[in-house]
Design a binder for this molecule. Structure first.
Ligand code: NOJ
Ligand code: CA
Length: 690
């Protein structure tokens, strides 16, 4: 149960604004519907703090704000409130692609201007924005004489969540988000319990912290998720759980010298975000992270094409072929690429990814000296890049370029100009990048400020060359796609690849019933769904722990404007279920949540832009489940419906790849569709407008 806090002072308080006048100001700002409120608390003794209420009840209790710096006094206490401004933000905007056509950014903003008392007289602003579905706040260091740079050694932001909600979390690893979500009470969060996770980098154990988004559910149903928006020129935020206080405190990913961020002044930090909803479905509809980013850069982004794609990819993870040439089973050959282009052209797939096309793969993963090895313009001799591009264009298929940096970003940066100029000269508009391994130089981390700058530099460079980027081993998504729509998707979670080779047997049945409420709140996910051959036999030993229909449903459940049909094309040939992948959209007019419970069930319906076709995807976790889906989201008129369901053998556990197809038959909005889902099962529905 949440409670009313004695720590929250009066709703109104007096602020000294110079000797001659005392004005009454409201240090509380409400959401447009008044359900949420943020209070700014400032006392001479304890310094700056904030608290958050939902429908009058405290959800985030008095939580400290402030900074410590190298060679400068901390900014925590002794700040005077100079001015408070409250305004309404109410705007609608469209993006070139998305989970919906129009976005409505509606909130109230409170800007608190603070000034250090005494000699220093440094200035700091705090900006709070309160939406109907959550809260964002950031620190602003305005331009000021005598303070042009600061080295942040600690950001002191706290999130004093009340009570002991259920939490879904991954450890605060500084280099990877590729971990299974743990579900425990907040008080039981401990990365120490994860030392048996072979993918865990030791830092997170040391810190006992979690990465964001991290999501909570209270016993009365209130849901809350903490993350950040617009991570620019700063380091990623992890949340440390102190043993002596409730909730969390910010723990920024350090630079090699232990400092947290070097900032020029003026500067605005990323927004710290708290999404709040009375139910799990509300989290899935929240677009607060996007709203807290800057509007789209001016320029032409019309060349970006949301698309489905196939690729020379899964076969490497199965070890059927390899990235490198020396192994004698090189996957990226001209002939094989053309075979995939032919398949794509025959199956309503718009693009094709080729990994392992360029020299350097003989010394990537596991090699300590990876600097200067990868060459992003030189193909292996058995791969004719220009010919593959030409053949693709002839068949209407776009090539997706691949740049594995092996976490040597300086080598990549040296070649950015030549690599992107080559793509532009060939008319290639997309690249998948990768950062496997520990970052070179040692001491830098994937989620530190130095890498945050690198990822942005690459995205901006790509935009200048009309290239969209899909980043693997990325920094977390923080809504920058609003400003840079060419940041089209990313990994940043335990993806499908783990099902090929993970020592622990792969992703458990409930993995993707947790992901939409955690990692998914940050932005699009390149999960690479569509594995039909559920046993890795004869290449590997793992079996997928979900059904074939679950794989179909992921095209709707997991949002991304690029979606791979990831399996070997021989497993798609002749499969009636593949029709769903042919039909399903990737760019949406609107998205509707039909059913949502974290770790249990996710059912989404999405209307495709332009065609007006609808697609429904539903998945269940560790429990079998019966669903009833009312089609009342449909517009007027008739739709031709095809339902893909777990088959009898999938339901009784004898064969997860068995499915049944019902239809097509004509339906209207008054129809209700029932489906039984196996453990780790799914349902997928296409509704083609007549
Ligand atoms: C890891 C990526 O997640 C995966 O998709 C890719 O195939 C390999 N790195 C090689 O770049
Ligand atoms: Ca990966």
């Amino acid at each position: 149960m949440r409670y009313f806090s004695a720590l929250i002072p009066l709703l109104f308080f007096l602020v000294g604004c110079g000797a001659e006048s005392e004005v009454t100001l409201a240090p509380v700002v409400y959401s447009p519907d008044s359900s949420l409120a943020v209070e700014f608390i400032s006392t001479a003794d304890s310094g700056m703090a904030y608290a958050v209420r939902s429908n009058g009840e405290i959800v985030v209790d008095t939580s400290q704000l402030g900074f410590e710096f190298r060679e400068a006094a901390p900014l925590v206490k002794g700040l005077n409130v100079e001015q408070i401004d409250i305004r309404v933000v109410d705007e609608e905007y469209e993006l070139p692609w998305g989970e919906q056509r129009t976005y409505h950014n509606h909130c109230q903003e409170m800007k608190v201007a603070l000034k250090e008392v005494g000699e220093g007289g440094r200035k700091l602003n705090l900006i709070f924005r309160v939406f109907n579905d959550g809260v964002g706040f950031r620190y602003e260091f305005p331009a000021q004489e005598g303070w042009e740079n600061a080295v942040v050694t600690n950001e002191l932001t706290e999130f004093r969540l009340v009570g002991d909600p259920q939490a879904w979390w991954i450890p605060g690893d500084w280099d990877s988000y590729e971990h299974l979500y743990q579900s425990t009470r907040l008080s039981e969060i401990s990365a120490l319990t994860m030392t048996n996770d072979p993918n865990l980098v030791a830092n997170s154990v040391k810190e006992n912290a979690v990465n964001t988004p991290v999501t909570f559910r209270y016993d009365d149903g209130l849901h809350l998720s903490i993350h950040e928006a617009n991570l620019t020129n700063y380091s990623g935020m992890t949340l440390r759980r102190p043993t002596d206080k409730p909730g969390f405190e910010c723990s920024l990913v350090p630079a090699p010298d232990g400092s947290k961020a070097s900032i020029p002044i003026p500067f605005a930090t990323p927004w710290r975000t708290i999404q709040i909803s009375p139910d799990a479905a509300g989290l899935l509809s929240s677009r607060l992270i996007l709203h807290l980013n800057d509007p789209t850069q001016s320029g032409d982004f019309s060349w970006i094409q949301p698309t489905k794609y196939v690729g020379i990819w899964w076969e490497m993870h199965l070890n059927k072929s390899s990235w490198d040439l020396a192994s004698g089973k090189h996957g990226a050959t001209t002939a094989h690429a053309k075979e995939l282009i032919d398949f794509a052209a025959a199956n309503q797939i718009g693009a094709m990814l080729v990994e392992g096309w360029n020299t350097g793969w003989e010394r990537w993963i596991g090699f300590p000296d990876r600097e200067g090895v990868f060459d992003f313009v030189t193909p292996y001799p058995d791969y004719d890049l220009a010919e593959v591009v030409r053949y693709g264009k002839e068949k209407g298929i776009e090539l997706i370029m691949h740049h594995e940096t092996s976490a040597a970003p300086r080598t990549y940066e040296q070649q950015l100009d030549t690599a992107y100029a080559l793509m532009q000269s060939l008319g290639i508009h997309a690249v998948k990048t990768g950062y496997v391994g520990p970052i070179i130089p040692e001491g830098e981390h994937h989620h530190g400020q130095w890498m945050v700058r690198h990822y942005r530099k690459v995205a901006e460079h790509a935009a200048a060359h009309q290239v969209a980027v899909n980043i693997h081993e990325p920094i977390k998504a923080t809504g920058l796609r609003r400003t840079w729509p060419n940041i089209i998707s990313r990994e940043g979670l335990r993806g499908q690849e783990f099902n090929a080779w993970a020592q622990d047997g792969g992703n458990p049945p409930d993995h993707l019933t947790i992901v939409p409420f955690t990692r998914g709140l940050a932005g699009p996910i390149d999960y690479t769904p569509g594995i039909f051959h559920l046993s890795m036999d004869p290449y590997k030993e793992n079996d997928l722990q979900t059904t074939l229909v679950h794989q179909l449903a992921l095209y709707v459940v997991i949002y991304s404007p690029i979606q791979m049909a990831a399996d070997l094309i021989e497993y798609y040939e002749g499969s009636p279920a593949f029709q769903f992948i042919r039909d399903v959209g990737v760019d949406w007019e609107q998205s509707v949540v039909l059913e949502a419970e974290i770790g249990e069930v996710v059912v989404m319906a999405r209307e495709e832009k332009e065609t007006g076709n609808w697609f429904v995807g539903g998945i269940t976790g560790n429990e079998p489940r019966s669903l009833e889906m009312a089609l009342d989201f449909l517009g007027e008129g008739e739709y031709e419906m095809t339902v893909y369901r777990d088959g009898e053998w999938a339901l009784d556990g004898t064969d997860a790849s068995e499915y049944a197809i019902e239809g097509p038959r004509v339906v209207r909005a008054d129809e209700v569709v029932k489906a039984d889902l196996a453990k780790g099962g799914g349902v997928a529905i296409s509704l083609i407008k007549k």
